[in-house]
Design a protein. Sequence first.
Length: 268
Amino acid sequence: MATAPPRKKSSHPELKAAALYPLDWLEERSGLVGGIKYFLFRKVPRDSGWFHTLGSASLTAFLVQAITGVILAMYYKPDPDSAYASIQFITNDLTLGWLVRGMHRWGASVFIILMFLHMARVFLFGSYKYPRELNWIVGVLILALGMLEGFTGYLLPWDQTAYWATVVGINLNGTMPVIGPFLAQWLAGGAEIGSDALSKFYSLHMLVIPGGIFALIGFHLYLVVRLGVTSPPWSDEAAGRERPDEVVVSNGREGLVRPGRRGGSVDG
């Protein structure tokens, strides 16, 4: 009877233990290593394709926007007398500033386009259905904040194009029922766009809206991990989670899941 060959012992076990010690230390106190491992190596449908990478591509585009935005904020001056000059300095004099500004400027459009493509894939694949309705709502909110982020960044160069495009955008917001006039006056900082408007747009663009997007993306990823990834419509595997067969009945009705007939009793 043949026996299995003995396993080769690892050479340098002390070196391996020393290399893994920081990870073990972090895992024991936070559980982050196990969480990241579960996120990266979780099960997905075997026939997942490139269509499923649009969400990751959107996230990558947002991270590029965040990194380049932080670099630009180090040299940008949110003041009407200095804003345009600071943009010119970044573009013409700062080392690779033209590249960073170009990535941030065109990356905003790439981010919006990728989000539209991602949501189109979700809609066509039926990934917005039960039990992923909440994730769809969160995605719509991320799209709305992303478009608002692009709008608030349009004024920051403080040139003629940015100024008058912002005037048009604020006037469009002013046509909104009830809160439109108040919102337009608040964004403009008065009857005309001035220094207050630039400060508000800079604050919204750099602090408020990115914070909201980061929070929603975190919740979005949590729901993706919790509920899983749907299979393509042409897949042989079941897509999504099936509804439970047993429904809790209360007062003779099964609620909104399986409502009874109007004006009659529910069959037993």
